[in-house]
Design a protein around this ligand. Sequence first.
Ligand SMILES: [Zn+2]
Length: 125
Amino acid sequence: MKVQIPAEGILKTHDWGNTKTYRVTCECSNPDCDHNVWIEADDQVVVNIYTTTRTNFWSKTRWQHVWTLLTKGYVDTESTICLTEQSAFNYAHTMLSAIDDVKKFRQERKEKSATAKIAEQGDCV
Ligand SMILES: [Zn+2]
């Protein structure tokens, strides 16, 4: 299996150099299932994946959910995203590639900043 460019199921939504965001789409085409993936590099790389969750409404009646909320303080939720093998492959590759990209961008920015400081100090002498 080969990585696709453009990739099935993966939409790059933003690229700010040290941050890249993607939308990973579900095969059912309901946008509520999609993953919003944020890959950011600051001092370390952080990956955040956002999705919409729902109560497992089929397992209980609404009144049972209300009772659970009143007695436990929360209700269980879950989400599902369905990916083809190709989409899952593209998802994994995109994640690895974006992590490398944001780390390189961050490192280059640090090096430029350090070089600029040295040059600035050289001007003052
Ligand atoms: Zn779905």
